[in-house]
Design a protein around this ligand. Structure first.
Ligand code: TYM
Length: 330
């Protein structure tokens, strides 16, 4: 069976971009494929983390995934640092990754900004750890949002470099699976920027824990333009396109159909329809998350059990890597 792997960072609130770009697709895939979903705490520490917050965020993201519909009986949910093989394979793959490849990574350039010289090595090597995550399980399908595409291409290059170096066909090349109507959800305050956890304004994003009133208010205040009607010339109207694609993803319909259906509607009416829809979808997720978080023992049990199952696959594949490379074992 096709193996699916994907990851999410435990850094602050889950938002609508995470849900529509990734988590919703993870839920849809869990019954058909052999899926591993990882809370990537080792990726999170590439920027400073407060210890208690990291623990709480790891539990909160796990609760969010389960509340959104992942069933630990149908997939493996675990936190990355528990399976030591991720870090070990990442080190090995560092030895097959030319600096030139990492220098092209736009996410590093964005995050390091002008402070490149003082940026940490972990942030630079972030995409190599991502490649290790995926390749460790021989996963071939990786459901992610649009922003991870470049990292996935790098994972393929690293896998090929290893295979070439030892003249083996060991690592399969992973495919990014970027699907749904909202593969890149944009900020509600500026349709040219991605919706993200790190945006200073909470009005830029809808968090999975927001209550109905905040969701309604954030959508009401979302930036628009002054053109009459919302569904024309979308290629030059990022805010209108964003609201329509969020709607389309929530109802699971193609963007074109949603645009056609609302061609005569103005922003105010559409926003109120969108707010109702978002509240209807996200309300139950937030409620379930609260219930789950009231029982951290259950969450910790899910992660411990997931890690044991993941370790089983990871250790066996890492053993093969060591054998291929001639690293003496026992
Ligand atoms: P992270 O935690 O930033 O995001 C988790 C997932 O959410 C998607 N996403 C979005 N999709 C649409 N619109 C948005 N505005 C938006 N913001 C976030 C991301 O594309 C992602 O799929 N590096 C990864 C985590 C990772 C990983 C992996 C992913 C670590 N190892 C191995 C796949 C395979 C990340 O930072 O995701």
């Amino acid at each position: 069976m096709k193996r699916v792997f994907s990851g999410i960072q435990p850094t602050g609130n889950l938002h609508l971009g995470n849900y529509l770009g990734a988590i919703k697709n993870w839920v849809a895939m869990q019954r058909e494929y052999d899926c591993l979903y990882c809370i990537v705490d080792l990726h999170a520490i590439t920027v400073a983390q407060e210890p208690d917050e990291l623990t709480n965020n790891t539990r909160e993201v796990t609760a969010g995934l389960i509340a959104a519909g992942l069933d630990p009986k149908n997939c493996i949910i675990f936190n990355q640092s528990r399976v030591a093989a991720h870090a070990e394979l990442a080190w090995i793959l560092n030895c097959f990754t030319p600096l030139g490849w990492l220098n092209r990574m736009t996410q590093f350039k964005e995050k390091a900004g002008k402070k490149r010289e003082s940026a940490f090595l972990g942030l630079y090597a972030y995409p190599v750890l991502m490649a290790a995550d995926i390749l460790l399980y021989h996963a071939t399908a990786v459901p992610v949002g649009e922003d991870q595409k470049q990292h996935l291409e790098l994972s393929r290059d690293i896998a090929s470099a290893f295979n070439r170096a030892y003249d083996v066909d060991f690592f399969p090349l992973p495919e990014p699976m970027i699907f749904g109507a909202a593969t890149r959800v944009m900020s509600l305050r500026d349709g040219r920027n991605k919706m993200s956890k790190s945006d200073g304004s909470d009005y830029s994003r809808i968090n999975l824990t927001d209550d109905a009133d905040s969701i309604a208010l954030k959508i009401k205040r979302a930036k628009t333009d002054s053109e009459p009607g919302l569904a024309h010339d979308l290629e030059r109207r990022p805010e209108a396109a964003n609201l329509l694609s969020i709607y389309a993803a929530l109802v699971d319909e193609p963007m074109e159909r949603v645009a056609a259906e609302h061609s005569l509607m103005g922003f105010a009416d559409f926003k109120s329809k969108l707010a109702d829809l978002a509240i209807e979808t996200l309300g139950p997720i937030a409620a379930r998350m609260r219930e789950l978080l009231a029982d951290p023992g259950y969450i910790d049990g899910v992660l411990a059990n997931g890690a044991a199952r993941a370790r089983h696959i990871a250790d066996s594949n890492l053993g093969e890597v060591r054998r291929i490379m001639g690293l003496l074992d026992a």
